[in-house]
Design a protein. Structure first.
Length: 360
């Protein structure tokens, strides 16, 4: 336990607005999960998404912040969403400014099919006075990512290694050395997608174990930094917005990732041409790390389980009560809270933004 002394920096004010507001963010993901769970297994992912969006927007409509969505939802598949550039909060004079990244449901296909591994997630960073932004939005639909925990980050720092371009066997050996394991003891997580066939083959040839998921790579990217998750590294090509959301969590947990924009030119040639026409070759090939994506010392990350995932249990409804499980992290303090809440559904009022009602 640290005590005040002449040799220590002064403690931050307990009136830090980020600290005061952090529970409002997790309230938003709780409400989204409580709305989305009603669509579990119904094959209606757009309606589930709209319900979660309505619940999150409803919380922010009464929250005294100046929030701007820098990572929004619905870009790839034209689903209902809260989009980039949208203002959240009351925007009253004097309210603190936040960049906000969100995915009301990470794993909408899982919700529709009644499968595990779906969460509602929000990340935010307070914008310093005079600064334009605290989070970076990448223009590509997808990014090639490798996410790892603090031990790998410590060994990697200053080495100049680009794990994305190293042969897979060398990358896994490096990670195993950092964790004090043999390669055969590593658990590698990736999404079960045709684009990952080469990754899957190379991981198996190296002798590591695989844990494949059908959707929802935020939980997978965060897992290697969560003690007891059973995952040592996440590798794959997933959504760029999800990469920034995961980066906020990793900033809080002390983990890191390497990420580079990736393009499926067979499916999205026009998108590649648009992005490559506005960026230099160096920008297209840049490898980002957590501090490049979430800039400065501020970061909040919160998520609530909808269906069970390696990160969080899902919503459990018994009669007129629901139990939710959430995680709330804050980079400045390094605090990670695991929150179990019981909701009386007869008495709980969930503010909903009416504009989403026609989509539900």
């Amino acid at each position: 336990m640290l005590l005040m002394s002449d040799s220590l920096p002064p403690l931050r004010s307990p009136l830090d607005l980020e600290r005061v507001l952090e529970f409002e963010f997790v309230r938003a993901t709780e409400n989204a999960a409580l709305q989305a769970i009603h669509y579990l297994g119904r094959g209606e992912k757009e309606k589930a998404d709209a319900a979660a969006c309505a619940a999150i927007a409803g919380v922010f409509d009464i929250l005294d912040i100046k929030g701007e969505v820098v990572i929004g939802e619905g870009i790839k598949d034209e689903a209902p969403g809260i989009f980039i550039g949208e203002q959240l909060g009351t925007w009253r004079d004097g309210a603190p400014r936040f960049d906000i990244a969100l995915d009301p449901i990470d794993g909408t296909s899982n919700i529709a099919k009644g499968m595990p591994n779906s969460i509602s997630v929000i990340a935010a960073a307070q914008i310093p006075v005079g600064a334009p932004h605290a989070m970076r939005d990448l223009p590509s639909f997808y990014s090639h990512k490798i996410a790892f925990g603090p031990a790998v980050k410590q060994l990697l720092n200053g080495s100049g290694r680009n794990l994305l371009d190293m042969p897979m066997k060398d990358t896994l050996q490096f990670i195993a050395d950092a964790l004090g394991k043999r390669v055969g003891e590593l658990v590698v997580c990736t999404m079960d997608r045709p684009r990952h066939d080469t990754i899957i083959k190379q991981v198996r040839e190296a002798g590591a174990a695989l844990r494949m998921i059908s959707d929802g790579d935020i939980t997978a990217a965060v897992a290697p930094s969560m003690p007891g998750s059973g995952v040592d590294v996440y590798i794959g090509m997933g959504g760029s917005p999800e990469g920034v959301l995961a980066a906020a969590a990793l900033k809080c947990l002390g983990g890191d990732m390497q990420l580079r924009m990736w393009f499926d030119k067979t499916r999205h040639e026009a998108h590649f041409n648009e992005v490559s026409g506005s960026l230099s070759k160096e920008e297209l090939e840049r490898v980002y790390q957590v501090d490049d994506l979430v800039i400065g010392e501020s970061a909040l990350f919160c998520a609530t389980g909808i269906s069970d995932s390696p990160l969080l249990p899902g919503v459990k409804i018994t009669g007129h009560r629901a139990e939710t499980h959430s995680v709330l992290m804050r980079a400045r303090s390094g605090t990670v809270r695991h929150i179990t809440a019981t909701h009386n559904l007869d008495r709980k009022l969930i503010p909903m933004r009416p504009s989403f009602a026609k989509l539900m």
